[in-house]
Design a protein around this ligand. Structure first.
Ligand code: F6R
Ligand code: MG
Ligand code: MG
Length: 380
């Protein structure tokens, strides 16, 4: 076995029960069967199928590197089977994120979101998976800058010699499809100057300055709404983070989510709502199609496979990750997120409850302006 492994998270919303809420368990089982066959035929080593709100998330581990057509094809087949079931059951928005009829070797641009990282497995390799529903990739910018740049969040930046070196950021301009590589702490203020504009910039990747350690975090930044040429849904992004031993500790990675920050998305992808950290089971949107949910799951990477809380000899796919936000310590944040979301709703269809015009997933503005063209007069 090669000591380089690739973790791929590929996600899609291909239909759900009673609104944009929760995929049917049969859809999840269909994905499970496809990925199980992928282990049997040697495409992947191991996998886990889960969801956040209406999005199915496929966690896969293999030795084929990023953008591998076999691995992407497997995810495509899983989503196609789930879509067939969703259509048969007449579920809501069946096949929503499937934007092409035929798979052409890479799932990027075809609708589903991807986050992939290749690295050399360390002696012990703790991995955190983040899955968000009803928001977009920039939702990870504030937490990632706190985790990898802020010594008041990550004490490791001050007292762990490897973390003390700082980190490299790959920042994407998601509107123009451009990227820039920047270093922290040297360029910390410049990095924040870009990322503060959440309508345009998002972090794609964070790397250790220590080449042996390699990649530390990766986010799915596929701008689904732009890919489709029209808004078809916020991206509901995923993130993978490696923790400990030169990277921020698990607790340092989770800490920023104690702040229920306002993120774009929520109802009709057109509002600001407070980020609600929760378990998979609590991830069904329940208030104004939200509030935007964030789930965090933890597993080890062990000899090219996933290791959770299950028996180490259990079959591939049957994992039980740590569900970090399930615990009562997060109750207070959830409560605050609901209070803040109610406060934002108090503004109804006025800013800052709604997004800037170019960010709205739904709008009637052009049609209204068109209708009024002749009635607009100069002000004396
Ligand atoms: C947000 C989301 C939902 C829908 C809303 C309207 O990302 O998925 O808030 O936008 O439920 O959905 P449609 O237009 O399908 O009636
Ligand atoms: Mg949806
Ligand atoms: Mg969703």
């Amino acid at each position: 076995m090669s000591d380089r492994v690739t973790v791929s998270v590929i996600k899609a919303d291909v239909g759900s029960v009673a609104g944009h809420t929760c995929p049917h368990p049969n859809m999840m089982r269909a994905c499970y069967e496809v990925l199980k066959n992928g282990v049997a035929d040697g495409t992947i080593n191991d996998f886990y199928v889960t969801r956040v709100g209406d999005d199915i998330n496929l966690f896969m581990i293999h030795e084929r590197g990023e953008n591998n057509s076999g691995v992407h094809g497997l995810a495509w087949d899983a989503f196609m089977d789930a879509t067939k079931l969703a259509k048969k059951m007449k579920l809501y928005a069946a096949g929503q994120d499937i934007l092409t009829d035929a798979f052409s070797g890479n799932i990027k641009g075809a609708g589903p979101g991807t986050a992939e990282m290749e690295f050399v497995e360390r002696g012990a390799e703790p991995l955190l998976f983040f899955m968000a529903d009803k928001t977009e990739p920039s939702a990870y910018s504030l937490p990632l800058t706190r985790i990898f740049m802020d010594p008041f969040t990550t004490t490791g930046l001050v007292i762990d010699p490897r973390a003390h070196e700082g980190y490299i950021f790959e920042i994407h301009d998601v509107v123009n499809s451009k990227k820039v590589i920047m270093a922290s702490p040297e360029e910390g203020y410049d990095i924040l100057s870009l990322l503060g504009d959440t309508t345009r910039y998002a972090i794609k990747r964070v790397m250790s300055k220590n080449e042996k350690l390699g990649v530390g975090a990766v986010v799915s930044t596929d701008k689904l709404n732009l890919t489709a040429g029209k808004y078809v849904g916020k991206d509901d992004p995923v993130m993978i983070v490696r923790a400990q031993s030169g990277f921020p500790a698990v607790g340092e990675v989770l800490q920023p989510f104690m702040f229920p920050m306002l993120v774009p998305g929520w109802m009709r992808g057109s509002h600001y709502g407070a980020l609600y950290p929760c378990s998979v089971a609590d991830s069904d949107p329940s208030y104004f199609d939200g509030p935007p949910r964030m789930v965090s799951l933890g597993m080890q990477v062990s000899n090219g496979k996933f290791q959770g809380l299950e028996d180490p000899d259990s079959p591939p796919g049957e994992h039980r990750p740590i569900d970090y936000f399930a615990g009562s310590v997060w109750n207070n944040v959830r409560q605050k997120a609901v209070e803040m979301s109610i406060y934002m709703r108090g503004h109804g269809p006025f800013m800052p409850a709604i997004l800037a015009p170019e960010e709205m997933e739904y709008t009637t503005r052009p049609a209204v302006l068109e209708k009024l063209t002749k009635r607009f007069e100069d002000i004396e």
